[in-house]
Design a protein. Structure first.
Length: 728
């Protein structure tokens, strides 16, 4: 889909007004040629002097716009033709319909010109209209009124006199009007719109007027309506064959041309260009690609009328004020397609998210899940899809699959709750909630706030404190990492300090307790975010930042992330892909940084505060790589303290398996000269320490107990219950 980025954004909603073919309201659907053919049909050489034409189409298909175009083509003839527009919906009464139709006709004739011919026709029209008014009045006088005015004796006679007057006046005045029309050879075209908005009795009155009351010579009718609605209305009036009935009224029955997919695409591109003056897919990776998929699957095949397209973009315009940058545009468009075409399906999804969201989302948010079993959810979805036209079910289901991957029932495609949220996908409940309600759930962070945190020093502290108070630091870190490429950190040192507070927040510490796994994810998010920023800054700024961070011992965790990234960049200790080829630092600079880093780490090591670092094991490992000997010395001195026990447990986690989960596996060969310890940490020292603590096994946490047992037996021990692999 192309967009005109230079087009001025009007930010206005579409009012659904019909076009008239002028330069201000042009025909964008290519229907002028059809309008010309209809005009030629009415006035062609072979056309009868009077013809009734129906223009049939669904609601919103553009019938009123076509009437305007046809009228415009007729007026371009510049002859004596009188065009009259009549909207019966504005009348509001079945009794007044014929009278108001005659009034519209008289006014149309008087407006045409002031010639003697028109004056004569208008005068005859007035006389006929007055006669019709008498008939209507007499027909509506009740028997009770006549009894009061004339008495019972004169009732029958009065009815007879009025009846004779009605018959004589109607026929005489109509004949006079017909003669005037024949005499002056004036052509009249009456356009009747919105017939399908009337109740059945009023529809019948309009049709009766066309056939019996105003069937004048040289007078043609073009009546626009939804054929299905009119047919149902006539059936309700006991007309057995509505189709045959309509064929008696209309000599020519036409249908509004269907929109082709190319015209839908053209209209959608135009509406998209007016929706915003920026690219709405810029905030999320793959959004542009997914937008094309949603468009070609949904919009082109499910949006049928210009009115539906305008309604869809009106809904988008309202919701994107809040959703821009928070929910990917492709998903917003897909939801709006469903909302516009299948409001019942959309409503059910909105009220019952468990129909389309994964069970993990339902559990994560504590949603009310009426359908515990997948087969029940599938059955309910099938029932809802059963109300959709058969030829549209396939495209509708494709939209559902694209928005909510769980309906495919393919577990391997499942993303984590936080990952889907970070990508702005509505298959994550917080983004789903925002898309459906134009607001986030309570205690959720917006992507807009994340960008303000990164870019606005005046707002950053308030945002960060709110995140910490709500206990959503992990979500915040993942969202920030996901959008790091489009954020500009105005104060990198401040941001690094904030990251340190986030990775050491109460939430992250609680989630890292015992297995030390979620803490690892927190530091991974931070590391990825920092790496992304390193791609954008220069060496001098990096030097300044690292010097500032290393000067604060409490920031050793963040310093570890930054220093490791630089080492990876230049192939020191780790062979990694280059982050920023323009960043170059000398060996002397690295030696100074690494020495300060290890000193900060040893400070935490000596005081026992090392376990307060959520990435303590990573700091320990990197310190060994930079300066091994002083680290091992302090480790041997502090063997037997609780903080060292916990640190060693996190350091020596060997992995996880399907039998018992995370485990430690301590073996003597893992401490030789080729190991990280370089043979400087004797395994015998660990074994001797365990022998001294053997009686304390049961008083320690299970993971520490597992560490002791693994050292003593050199076997795999599971952290959850301190049992060996042989036990399981």
């Amino acid at each position: 889909m192309s967009r005109d980025s230079n087009r001025e954004n009007t930010n206005s909603f579409h009012d659904d007004k019909p076009i008239d073919g002028t330069a201000e309201n042009p025909d964008s659907l290519g229907r002028l040629e059809f309008a010309q053919r209809v005009a030629n049909t009415i006035f062609g050489a072979d056309a009868p002097s009077s013809v009734s034409v129906s223009l049939e189409g669904d609601w919103g298909s553009g019938k009123t716009s076509l009437i305007n175009l046809i009228e415009r083509k007729i007026k371009e003839r510049k002859d004596e033709t009188v065009t009259v527009k009549f909207n019966p919906w504005l009348v509001g009464s079945a009794d007044a319909l014929v009278s108001q139709l005659m009034t519209a006709l008289r006014q149309g004739i008087k407006k045409k010109d002031a010639s003697e011919a028109m004056k004569a026709i208008a005068k005859s029209m007035d006389t006929y209209s007055a006669a019709l008014d008498v008939v209507s009045l007499a027909s509506n006088i009740s028997a009770e009124t006549l009894m009061l005015s004339k008495g019972a004796k004169g009732l029958s006679k009065l009815f007879k006199i009025i009846g004779e007057a009605k018959s004589k006046d109607i026929h005489a005045t109509k004949e006079a009007l017909v003669k005037e029309l024949d005499k002056h050879n004036v052509r009249i075209v009456i356009f009747i719109d919105d017939l399908d908005r009337l109740p059945p009795t009023e529809i019948f009155e309009v049709i009766r007027a066309i056939k019996a009351v105003i069937d004048f010579p040289n007078t043609s009718y073009l009546v626009a309506y939804d054929a299905q609605y009119i047919s149902q209305a006539l059936t309700s009036l006991s007309i057995k064959s509505p189709e045959r009935y309509l064929e008696k009224i209309f000599q020519i029955r036409l249908h509004v041309p269907q929109l082709t997919t190319s015209y839908v695409e053209s209209l959608a591109n135009f509406q998209l260009s007016e929706l915003s003056d920026e690219d709405l897919t810029q905030y999320f990776e793959e959004d542009q690609e997914r937008l094309g998929k949603v468009f070609h699957t949904g919009v082109k095949h499910l949006i049928k009328t210009p009115r539906e397209l305008k309604r869809m973009f009106n809904g988008l315009r309202f919701r994107m004020d809040v959703a821009k940058g928070e929910v990917c545009f492709a998903d917003m468009l897909g939801l709006e397609v469903l909302h516009t075409r299948f409001p019942n399906l959309y409503s059910q999804i909105r009220r019952h998210p468990s129909l389309v969201l994964h069970k993990d989302e339902v559990d994560y948010w504590g949603l009310l899940d009426e359908d515990k079993e997948e087969k029940d959810r599938t059955k309910r979805r099938d029932v809802l899809l059963g109300h959709i036209p058969h030829n549209e079910i396939g495209h509708t289901f494709q939209i559902l699959e694209e928005l909510f991957p769980d309906v495919r029932q393919s577990e391997w495609e499942r993303e984590t709750v936080d990952s889907a949220s970070a990508k702005g996908r509505v298959c994550a409940y917080d983004r789903f909630f925002l898309a459906m309600n134009s607001s986030l759930p309570t205690e959720e962070v917006s992507i807009k706030e994340i960008r303000e945190w990164a870019e606005d020093d005046n707002k950053s502290e308030q945002i960060l404190q709110s995140v910490l108070d709500q206990g959503i630091s992990m979500k915040f870190l993942e969202l920030a990492n996901e959008h790091a490429s489009i954020m500009k950190f105005t104060n990198f040192i401040r941001v690094l300090g904030d990251i340190n507070r986030l990775v050491h927040s109460k939430e992250a510490i609680v989630k890292s307790k015992g297995l030390f796994t979620m803490g690892g994810m927190a530091t991974d998010y931070a590391r990825w975010m920092i790496n992304n920023q390193l791609k954008q800054i220069q060496s001098d700024e990096v030097r300044e930042t690292l010097d500032a961070i290393l000067s604060v011992p409490d920031l050793v965790g963040v310093a570890r992330i930054l220093l490791r990234s630089l080492c990876e960049n230049q192939g020191r200790h780790w062979q990694q892909e280059t982050i920023n080829r323009e960043l170059e630092f000398s060996d002397q600079e690295f030696a100074v940084w690494e020495k300060i880093f290890v000193e900060n780490f040893i400070g935490h090591f000596q005081t026992g505060s090392i376990v307060k670092l959520i990435n303590a094991s990573g700091v320990f490992y990197d310190s060994l790589r930079y300066l091994r000997q002083p680290v091992i010395e302090i480790l041997l001195q502090r063997l037997g303290t609780d903080d060292i026990d916990l640190l060693l447990t996190s350091v020596f986690i060997g992995g996880t398996d399907s039998t018992g989960g995370p485990y430690v596996h301590m073996r003597e060969q893992d401490f030789n000269e080729d190991s990280l310890f370089g043979g400087e940490l004797p395994f015998e020292a660990l074994e001797a320490y365990v022998q001294r603590r053997k009686g304390d096994y049961d008083r320690n946490a299970p993971e520490v107990c597992a560490l002791f047992k693994s050292i003593g037996t050199q076997s795999k021990c599971y952290l959850r219950d301190c049992q060996t692999a042989e036990y399981w």
